[in-house]
Write a protein that binds this ligand. Sequence first.
Ligand code: GLU
Length: 414
Amino acid sequence: MAENLNLFTSTQDVIQDALNKLGYDEGMFELLKEPLRMLEVRIPIKMDDGKVKVYTGYRAQHNDAVGPTKGGVRFHPEVSEDEMKALSMWMTLKCGIVDLPYGGAKGGIICDPRQMSMNEIEKLSRGYVRAISQFVGPTKDIPAPDVFTNSQIMAWMMDEYSRMDEFNSPGFITGKPIVLGGSQGRERATAQGVTICVEEAAKKRGIEMKGARIVIQGFGNAGSFLAKFMSDAGAKVIGISDAYGALHDPEGLDIDYLLDRRDSFGTVTTLFENTISNQELLELDCDILVPAAIENQITAENAHKIKASIVVEAANGPTTSEATKILTDRGILLVPDVLASAGGVTVSYFEWVQNNQGYYWTEEEVNEKLYKKMITAFDNVYTVATTRNINMRLAAYMVGVRKTAEAARFRGWV
Ligand code: GLU
């Protein structure tokens, strides 16, 4: 039978497993197996050449039993309804794992911002906010950056919402530039959270960070900051990649140089001649592998060939269910996406709190609070995994889904 690469149905399977293990009945699964709301919009944009293009966008709100829903907006050609549903469910899990007062959501537009001008991207960002405005808001559903969206796009979206709302609404969206109410430390927060998970996992496996050989797939927001943190910690980043290829140096790459040369979409390998493929990168001999790019990268095809003893998922959904099983059977410690990448939404929450109270924290305060959240989350998931003798993905789903399930039960929904 062909491997299931559908993120939505494979997420449903793990949620069902987690709910069963927690002792909930079918009714709870019926509630949580898909988003409560799913909006599809069409956004007409006058392109620079004068022609009109109509883009399709989505916003999926998985569950708001705990509080307003929260999650990023991605601009990507492969955005689809099923992907949005899965990603919104993962946001519920992330918020549960780091114990935030939110449910999960996710948005996206089918487009390729790499082929668009700044002017077109601005129009699309503003058009999207107008299209979803009834559906979102600082106490309803709070968007944020995701793949190929950044603080500038958040600024345009916040401005558009504020104009419609007729007052300044910084809490409408997170991941904003600092001058518009963004939080210190938000930009590097995902990588910071991943770093904490890498360090904790390394401790469990007795690996010293100093000199550890790290491979990172993806050089976007998460991957690039992570490469920097790892090399600053004395680890050897021996491989990195972008959408076009990968670089490998067993002696360790010069990360500062690469950061200097990368463009705003994380592209850097096109400047080099000696590249390897993304598949070859994943199979490199290393201690720790961090997929920080896109979905379905470690599959039943290549899971046997992974040489790392620790895999920490910085991307959403990089490992399929079958591959998770293969890696686990091979004794590889897999730290799942819903835990490892939860640093971003954690500092988004801090940003929203600061916006609501109009009082802003220092970077040290943010980092300290993030550290506490991530360490507690890692320990909780690790403890469930070891005491129940299950893999960390299932353990993370159990920890993550419980808060929403309990909130839904107290509200009398199930
Ligand atoms: N898009 C990020 C994620 O997948 C961040 C979401 C947020 O900050 O709300 O976790």
